[in-house]
Structure formats: C-alpha cells, structure tokens
Design a protein. Structure first.
Length: 312
C-alpha cells in the first residue's frame, strides 16, 4: 500500500466506497482484533468514552449481538435500540428517533433497516458515522468483510480463488456486498440458483459468472457458500416448493463432490438445514460456518476502531 488509508469519521454503506487496499487494511486490523479475542481477558480500553448505538429497526439476533459485543470489547458504551420496543412502533419518524439518540451523545451508529438507503438517512440526520448492518435487499457490507476475512485467514492470497455462491441470489443483500468486495480483490465468483431467483444482468453489473446447473457451478470451486432460502418470499411464487429447490440445489455430499476436494464450506446464516444445506456438509471438517460468526466480532471491532480513531 502506498499510504495509510484514512477511516476516521467515514461511514460504511457498502464496499463500493472502499478500495481494494482499504479492504485489505480492514482485514489486517481484524486479524489484530481476533488475537485480542483469543486472550483470557478480551477487553481493551481503546474506545473508552465513546458511545456506539445499535439502531436495529429490523429484527436481528446474531448481527446485533456481534456489533454490541465488538463495541463492548473495545470498552465503548453501548446503546441498544430495538424498534419492537421503541417509539418507532408508536409512529415516531426515523428522523425524530435519530435526533433523540443524537442528543444523548452517540458517536457511531450501527444500523439495520428494511428500507434501502436508511444508513445514509441516519448519517444525514445525525452527522455521525454509520456502519450498515443490512438495509433491505441492498447491502450487508460487514457480512461481506467477515466472509472475505474468513477466506483470507484460511487460504491466504485471494486473487484467483474461485468461489461459488448458491441459493436465493435475488433477495440476498449479502451476495451483493460479497460480489463487490470479492471481485475487487481478484476472486472469481460464480452465482448459482433458479432462474426465478436470479437478478438480470448479473455478469455485466458485478463481473461474476452465472450458472443455473449446480454441478457446473461447483466445478473447481475453492470455496462454496450457501445462502438462506428466504422462506418469507415463498408466497411470491418464485419457486414451486422448497422440496423442488432442494432437489436441484441442496449442498450435500453428493453435490459438493463437483467442487475441489478440500473446498471450504461457508454460509452467512441463519441456515435452513435440510433445505439449502445438509448437516453432513454444514458440520463437516471443511465447514468454517462457526468461524464466520467468530470472525464477525473481530471485523466489527476493527471497523469501530478505525472509524472512531481508536488508540492502542
């Protein structure tokens, strides 16, 4: 890298705003944060006096907990906001909610919302940096960063690695952020799923390869990632049945044999076992699904540290 990237005060809406060098810098920082997490006493005082708000207007468990644990381990104060028990449920606007929170001295917002563009609005209303924890079907950059970190940690140099992502591509915000970050770092990405769950012009927009046949998609893959079949979308009639989906796209011992023998198995979670992935694969020696969850804390620690100008 020619110079040290500048992160202080920046928001993270998606990875298209970050260069490949900046992404790698975040991964290096996350490596250091993971080493801290492996210590007996995991807390460090680097963000003492800072206040982080997890503004979750859409239901979440693992992502919200990961953000809150990351902030806590950096010794920041955490304000946990959940829409189901807030004034938003009573009709208060997002702007008024942010104004109220801002008056309490929030330094950084970590937001999840069902509407694309919500992180930008929170930044507009607050003037404070924002980390996008998932906005509608649009983006989920911290998930993409932890996915990339998990691969980098295991396999080293990312350039030329082949990853196949299988599942509900149409409704996945994870895959969009993964595609941006992975292709920036020189990975070769193939997306695979039913035609009705595949957005148009994926090759032109993201520079990936599109396959509808699972065996062909998995050919020579270094990494295989399953995506959650979003059961709430089944009412839209985009696929005949979950049984039909599993017949053609489930990750199993029988289907995974088309990938490289030692291919890594990944899944951003939550998993629908028996639908998109079988336990024999999810719990196999090749699976790094549990590691992805652990790495999420380290990546979010790194982002908070960089954005809030933490001092070690």
């Amino acid at each position: 890298m020619e110079s040290t990237p500048q992160f202080v005060g920046r928001s993270l809406y998606d990875l298209d705003d970050y260069s490949s060098d900046e992404i790698m810098y975040i991964l290096e920082a996350a490596k250091g944060m993971k080493e801290i997490n492996l210590r007996e006493y995991k807390k460090i005082p680097t963000l003492r006096g800072k206040t982080v708000c997890t503004l979750f207007v859409e239901d979440s468990t693992r992502t919200r907990m990961s953000f809150e644990l990351a902030a806590s381990r950096l010794s920041a104060d955490v304000v946990s906001f959940q829409a189901t028990v807030s004034s938003l449920k009573k009709g208060e606007s997002l702007q008024d909610t942010v104004n109220t929170l801002n008056a309490m001295g929030i330094d950084l917002y970590c937001i999840r919302h069902s509407s694309p563009g919500s992180p930008q609005l929170v930044h507009k209303y607050s003037g404070k940096p924002v980390i996008n924890g998932g906005d509608g079907r649009h983006a989920h950059p911290t998930q993409a960063l932890l996915d990339i970190f998990s691969i980098w940690e295991r396999l080293g140099n990312l350039k030329g690695l082949k990853i196949t992502i299988v599942g509900d591509i149409l409704n996945s915000r994870v895959v969009r952020s993964d595609l941006i970050g992975m292709t920036k770092l020189g990975m070769e990405v193939t997306v695979c799923g039913p035609r009705t769950l595949m957005p148009a012009n994926m090759e032109q927009i993201y520079g990936c390869k599109v396959e509808y046949d699972l065996a062909e998609a998995l050919k020579d893959a270094d990494i295989v990632m399953g995506l959650r079949m979003q059961l709430e979308r089944m009412t839209e009639g985009l696929f005949p049945s979950l049984e039909e989906y599993s017949r053609h796209y489930v990750l199993s011992k029988e289907t995974i044999k088309y990938a490289k023998k030692d291919a890594l198995i990944m899944h951003p979670g939550p998993m629908n076992r028996g639908i998109e992935i079988l336990p024999e694969i999810a719990d196999s020696a090749q699976s790094i699904i549990v590691e992805q969850v652990a790495n999420g804390v380290a990546v979010r620690m790194a982002l908070m540290f960089l954005i809030l100008g933490g001092k070690l």
